[in-house]
Ligand binder design. Sequence first.
Ligand code: AMP
Ligand code: MG
Length: 489
Amino acid sequence: MGIAIPFDNSYARLPKDFHAHVPPKPVAAPRTVKVNRDLAAELGIDAAALESSEGAGVLSGAAAAPGSEPIALVYAGHQFGQFVPRLGDGRALLLGEVVDRSGTRRDIQLKGSGITPYSRQGDGLAALGPVLREYLVSEAMHALGVPTTRSLAIVTTGESVYRETELPRAVLTRVAASHIRVGTFQYFAARDDMDSLRALADHAIARHQPDAVSEPDRYRRFLEGVARRQADLIARWMLLGFVHGVMNTDNMAVSGETIDYGPCAFLDAYDPATVFSSIDRGGRYAYGNQPAIGQWNLARLAECLLPLLSDKEAEAMEQATGALSLYADAFNTAYQAGFLDKIGLSGGGEEDKAVAEDLLRRMQANGADFTATFRALSMVADGGDTSTVSSGFRDPAVFDEWAETWRQRWASGRASPAERADAMRRVNPAFVPRNQRVEEVIAAAVGNDDFAPFEAFLSVLTQPYADQPDAARWADPGPAAPYRTFCGT
Ligand code: AMP
Ligand code: MG
C-alpha cells in the first residue's frame, strides 16, 4: 500500500517564472508526531498512510509522493513598509494541490522543508516550537470560524536547527485555499511583466472567484472580492482580539485566509496599542492598526492591478479607489455589527454603538481581559451576578455603571434573556490559544517529548464556544505579564 494523494497541480502549470522546482532532501529520522485526521478525510487522504514511515518521508520533504511536483513559489512584498522585490518560499514547498470532498482546490505545502532558491541567508528550516504554535493557533482559528490556512501534520526530523539555541527541527504540512499573496502580484508588477501579471490574476480568479472568470470586468471584480474577503477577515480578528503581528504584503493572501502564524497572539487585557512581535518597535502591526494596515496592503494590490483594470488611467484609478472604500465600508459594517452581537444588542442604532464603544473604553482604562470579559458578559445577560465581569476591572464600579445602561438597551430588542445569552455565547469564545498556555504546551513537547498537553489543549480549542467545566485552567488569563513573540520562527 503506497501513499496516495490525488494531486492536480495547477500552479505548477503556470509559466516557469512563477516558481522553482526543488528536489527532495534526505532527512535523518522523520517521525510523524501529529496528523489532523478530520482534515485528511476532508482532503480524501488516508490518515494512516500519513502516519506510516512512508508518510513521514513524504511529509518531511525527504521523499516525493506520486503526482507531487514540489515547487517553491516566488513573490515580493512590503516588509514593515519596505519593498523587497524578491522574497519567495524560502523555507516552504508546495507539494501540489488536491480538490477536496466539497470540490474546493487546496494547496498542500510543507513549511520548514529546507533551502530553496529563495532562501536568501536563511536555513530553510523550522523549529518544533513554532510549528506546534502554528498548528495550534491555525486550528483554533478554524474552530473559531475564522478563514485560515489549516494544519495537516507535524513531522519531527531527528535533527536540530540553530536559533538563539539548538532546537529540535520539525516540518509542518499546511493546507490553504491558495498561497497567492498580495506580494505575488507585486513581484510581477515591479518587473513590468504584464503577461505574467495577467496570467496570475486569471489563475487567482479561477480559484477564488470562479463566477467572474469570463466577465469582461473580472479584474475589478477580483479586486473588490479581495477587499470584501479581507474586510471580513480583519473584522473577525478584531472581534476575537487576534493580533496577526506581521501583516506584510507577502503575508496577506488574496483568498481571504489568515496566513503565516509567526508572532501572532490573542489580547489579554484590552488595549488597541498591543503589539506582540519583538521586532515591531513602531507598533505598525498593533491590534488597533490592523484594519488600516489591511487597507494599506489592499492599496498595494490595487496599484499592481491598475494596468489590468482599464487602459484609461483615470478609469483604472476610479475602480481602485472604489475598491478601497468598499473595504472600509465592509469592514466597518462587519465590525460594528459583530460588536453589537458580542454584547447582545442587535438593534444596530447609534445609541447601541455608543454603548459598545463605551464598554471598550472602560475595559481599556481598567485592564479588563478581552476574552474573559465578553464570555462572562453572556452569563450576566442570563441573570448572572455582575461580579463575574466586574471583578476583572481594576475598579468594578466602572463596569457596574456601564451594565446599568446596557440593561436599559435590552428593552429595545425582542430576545429573551436566555436567547440573548445563547446568542452571545456563540460569538464570545470561552477558549482562545492564549500565549501563556501555548508556551506551556510547547515547552512540554520540546523539552520533554511530552505531547499530551498539546493534545489536551488542541482538543479544548476545537470547541471554543462550548462551556467545558473541566477545562477552566486553559481559559485562565494568568498573570498579566508583557508578552513578546519572536520573528525568528
Ligand atoms: P515570514 O516573516 O515568515 O513571512 O517570512 C518572510 C520571508 O522570509 C519569506 O520569504 C520566508 O520564506 C523567508 N524565511 C523566513 N524564515 C526563513 C528561514 N528559516 N529560511 C529561509 N527563508 C526564511
Ligand atoms: Mg510569510
